[in-house]
Write a new protein. Structure first.
Length: 424
């Protein structure tokens, strides 16, 4: 009996790892350029953190968490998203007492018990960033610009940005009342989830994926008509900053985002090349979250993007990741003595910074050369009895098959020089 992987998970095999490295490299590179520092929080947290920080009426908390009790009976949960833990860390280490704003990013696995389908996994990787300590609208635009630059640097072009404002504790209740009055009459026709959400969090009904619910809520009152002066002004200024950066967006008053803690700006980047799971990055402002997790009243905004979906979109748009790094040298040795010398040379090559390998199966010359070819190495270093007696090797350029004999002493300087020349 063989054991397979759990549902909703996947392996990244070495032949495709370069795609992941490319994504991760660009994520870190854009974080660096936008002056975000990496934070690493635990993979599991107290369940209560997500109940409070993500919200009791969200899909995540209602049905998607991997929750377990440890041996002491404590309830722990594999992190389903990054923001709650980042804020917990910010509060726990009293970072709010330091000069603000705080700009942090994270890159790592998240866990949600969802029905697996394309673009939806139970373990998936998110790159996300948070700015804490500034309520300025240009910060909202900066976070959006980071995502936009990151997506474009991956070669992704067919996406649109949707933007909304969810108001604040002053204006949201007014919209909530208007929404409730329009939804109560159709309550019985909503899906069971929405019926139960109606009184608790009617805004979330606009986010329901059920077709019938979408129709029933098509003409509900818009949040944008209910914004208070402060939120309306904030929204207008975010839009002005985006215009200045020439970032196009579509205002979508129905977009409410899945998480309970959002206030004011909410946004989603939606890819047009893939079907149902088109949202590739999403985020928004959460001015009440830090206080609700026991910190000072510090505003925040952030985003998260799922790397699996980005890879799927890149594939759909036909953009290639850069080719994987190739081996620099493959050492071919014949005979016991030559092998021993080659083995020492191999270590020198590696210590000089070259990626190098040799045949570990003690095969014949032809088989070794074939292995050298298969390895993709740029150079084969061939060492037989004769070369050994002359203290030389045959240096073969695998691209054109040309070969020359050089002395042992010249191998490292020669190869490191060509490698450097190529890198430039
Ligand atoms: P959806 O509406 O698709 O369920 P969501 O609102 O739950 O998305 P967020 O919590 O905002 O998603 O997560 C941000 C991003 O993380 C998504 O845009 C997506 O790229 C990615 N993501 C979320 N859930 C999954 C998953 N189960 N598998 C892979 N990627 C995911
Ligand atoms: Mg979801």
């Amino acid at each position: 009996m063989t054991i397979g992987m759990p549902r909703g998970t996947y392996d990244v095999l070495p032949e495709e790892i370069h795609r992941w490295h490319h994504l991760e490299h660009l994520a870190r590179e854009w974080a660096r350029r936008y002056h975000f520092s990496e934070v690493r929080t635990p993979i599991f947290e107290h369940t209560e953190l997500f109940q409070r920080g993500v919200g009791e009426t969200t899909d995540i908390v209602e049905k998607e968490m991997y929750t377990f009790t440890d041996r002491k009976g404590r309830s722990l949960t594999l992190r389903p998203e990054g923001t709650a833990a980042v804020v917990r860390s910010f509060v726990e280490h009293k970072v709010y007492a330091q000069p603000q704003p705080t700009k942090w990013y994270y890159l790592g696995p998240m866990f949600r018990y969802e029905r697996p389908q394309s673009g939806r996994f139970r373990q998936f990787v998110q790159f996300g960033a948070e700015v804490l300590g500034s309520s300025e609208p240009c910060v909202d635009a900066e976070v959006i610009a980071l995502v936009d630059d990151f997506l474009r640097s991956l070669g992704i072009r067919q996406f649109r940005l949707e933007l909304n404002s969810l108001g604040c504790s002053e204006c949201r209740p007014r919209h909530r009342e208007a929404l409730l009055s329009s939804l109560r009459p159709v309550r019985e026709s909503l899906c069971p989830d929405c019926q139960s959400r109606l009184e608790r969090n009617p805004l979330r009904i606009l986010d329901c994926k059920n077709e019938r619910c979408r129709q029933l809520t098509a003409d509900t009152p818009s949040i944008l008509d209910h914004l208070c002066d402060g939120c309306a002004d904030h929204f207008a200024r975010v839009r002005t900053f985006l215009d200045r950066l020439r970032i196009e967006y579509h205002v979508n008053p129905r977009m409410v985002r899945g998480l309970d803690y959002y206030t004011q700006t909410a946004f989603e980047f939606i890819a047009e090349s893939v079907g149902a799971v088109g949202t590739i990055a999403a985020g928004g402002r959460y001015n009440g979250l830090v206080a609700s997790l026991g910190g000072e009243d510090v505003p925040g905004i952030g985003f998260a993007t799922g790397l699996e979906r980005l890879l799927a979109v890149m594939k759909a748009e036909g953009v290639e990741s850069p080719a994987p790094e190739r081996l620099d040298c493959y050492v071919v040795a014949l005979g016991e003595e030559a092998r021993a010398t080659a083995f020492a040379l191999l270590r020198q090559l590696r210590q000089a910074g070259l990626a190098a390998d040799l045949d570990h199966l003690n095969r014949k010359l032809k088989a070794q050369l074939k292995a050298a070819d298969r390895s993709g190495a740029k150079w084969a270093l061939i060492l037989g009895e004769e070369e050994l007696s002359r203290q030389t090797i045959q240096l073969r350029n695998m691209a054109d098959g040309s070969q020359e004999e050089i002395s042992f002493a010249d191998v490292i300087p020669r190869l490191s020089a060509t490698m450097k020349a190529r890198e430039q």
